[in-house]
Design a protein around this ligand. Structure first.
Ligand SMILES: C[S@@+](CC[C@H](N)C(=O)[O-])C[C@H]1O[C@@H](n2cnc3c(N)ncnc32)[C@H](O)[C@@H]1O
Length: 243
């Protein structure tokens, strides 16, 4: 949850009334003190699952924010790790937090929109954490096509996806309420701020990945336990660009 070092309610309100890009520019200096930064527990579980599939050459963290995913990539990649995000503020914070750390493998930051990634096939592993709520379903094909283009043949695109909460769980209604409030906000206010919790269902995501040319495997993240029906609470989607 939020700590005393995190943003105030007033700051969060101003950010929520901005565009996504500008909202994150404003939030950037305090982002690592918010619950929006992907927790280390998730990063570690993903790194453990990816390790046997490596080692990898170059890695790409899509929507890197302050660099959470680059922490997964750096021990797995031998050549280079690149973080890409469209918020200049988040990239500054990412660069600053990595400054004192080892630069092996080489680390670089690129400002670009993930819906139009500017990369030729140069990466062996792409990851993304905590950002897919910012994309409408209609934007997924461009996002996935850009990652596919950025990967070398045989390259992997990996990201965690949580199981949707059951209707009887209070979280179900919290997320539904959040999404409804955001839709009302976006009807009434410009610029829009796309952030929805229920627009990234595994079924539709798998179909879009397949259409983009990936073959898809799912790895349970056992660290996060299972639901009463035995299915995992969290899975790692591992989409491969065929050789
Ligand atoms: C919740 S933060 C997650 C940051 C980081 N990946 C993490 O897990 O801590 C979402 C990030 O996605 C970025 N983002 C959202 N839409 C984007 C887009 N269309 N292109 C590039 N970056 C985008 C935002 O600027 C922000 O840094």
């Amino acid at each position: 949850m939020f700590t005393s070092q995190g943003p105030t309610l007033r700051e969060l309100t101003v950010q929520a009334l901005s565009s996504i890009e500008h909202g994150y520019d404003l939030l950037a200096p305090k982002f690592d003190h918010t619950p929006f930064r992907t927790p280390d527990r998730m990063l570690d579980a993903v790194a453990e699952t990816l390790r046997p599939l490596g080692p990898f050459g170059s890695g790409l963290d899509v929507c890197c924010g302050t660099g959470a995913g680059t922490r997964v990539l750096r021990p797995l990649c031998r050549e280079r790790v690149t973080g890409v995000d469209f918020s200049a503020g988040m990239l500054v914070a990412a660069r600053e937090s990595a400054d004192g750390e080892s630069q092996v493998p080489a680390l670089s930051w690129v400002r670009a929109d993930a819906r139009a990634l500017p990369f030729a096939p140069a990466f062996d592993l792409a990851v993304s954490f905590g950002a897919f709520g910012h994309f409408l379903p209609s934007e997924r094909p461009a996002l996935f096509a850009g990652v596919h283009r950025a990967l070398r043949p045989g390259g992997l695109f990996a990201f965690p996806v949580g199981a949707p909460p059951l209707r009887r769980h209070p979280l179900y209604w919290t997320l539904l309420g959040f999404d409804v409030a955001m839709r009302v906000r976006n009807l009434l206010w410009r610029p829009t701020f796309v952030m929805y919790y229920r627009t990234f269902p595994l079924g539709g995501v798998r179909e879009d990945l397949a259409r983009a040319g990936f073959t898809v495997a799912l790895h349970p993240l056992e660290e996060f336990g299972r639901r009463p029906d035995g299915s995992p609470n969290w899975r790692l989607v591992v989409a491969r660009k065929p050789v």
